[in-house]
Ligand binder design. Sequence first.
Ligand SMILES: [Zn+2]
Length: 307
Amino acid sequence: MDDEFRKELFREELRKKNKGKKSVSCKYRPKYPVSAEREYLRMVNEYMAIEREILMKYIPEIKQILNEGTRYHVDSKKENEEKRKIARFSVIDNTIVRLTILFKTIKRELDAAFGLYDLKRQINKIANLDHKLTIREWKKAVGKTLGINLLDDYYSGDYYGEMLEKWVSDNVELIKTVPGQSLEKMKELVYQNYMKGSTTTDIVKEIQRQYGMSKRHAKLIARDQTAKLNADITESQQRDAGVSRYKWSGVMDQRERRSHRELEGRIISWDNPPDVGGGRCCHPGQDYQCRCCAIPVFDIDTLDLPV
Ligand SMILES: [Zn+2]
């Protein structure tokens, strides 16, 4: 029996089962790939811990340089104004030079430590997990609604391979740049605060605060990118199956944006992403930190599944 003929028979059967209705609504809400997100966050923690460890090692040295550089402010008060000024400049100069050298050393050590971390392999594992989970949910949606048992290898073709590869290399770039940028900002903060006359304790606090910010940034990337990959795979799976429309479905909790809430339950075409505010148009999971989901609408006439 030829492939197209078999598909048509299947559509005919579906029409009968659904009493002539043109579309079948999905009986299952695909779940978010929570464990892929968790795995990504775990990796980010591990990755950022490398930076923290190196920073901790150098904090005493940073403190020492700063203390020696500020001590003079106190000692010099007794001397005359002119002498004090000149001496102070030379102390500042010397402190900045010492800090610059130290930050170069830290940078070298960071680069060496991160060079040993196989970021690409880790991110690849996350991509495969996200892919696997998204396929599992799609198979459940198709199975529970249409009674078809899809084979796993249907979604392991070149197209998905390329999509995953692109995601992996984008994510390696996104995560790789975080520690270097973070160190660069720390250096700026140390210089600025030192020049301002902040205390050593306050300067160390600034370094810690900056580290915390960078770590949070890396975690945001992890959450955002997990959702994005899930969204992209979902769109491809549905389009591949001849599904051209979906029902927008949000988590409907307090974190959900109003503009997304307003889309709840709306039937949307994959060719026409809705406005999610500020003129941005996108599908569920493609907007920043969006956890909404696209529930497929199975239009019987266009369905194209391996049956
Ligand atoms: Zn959303």
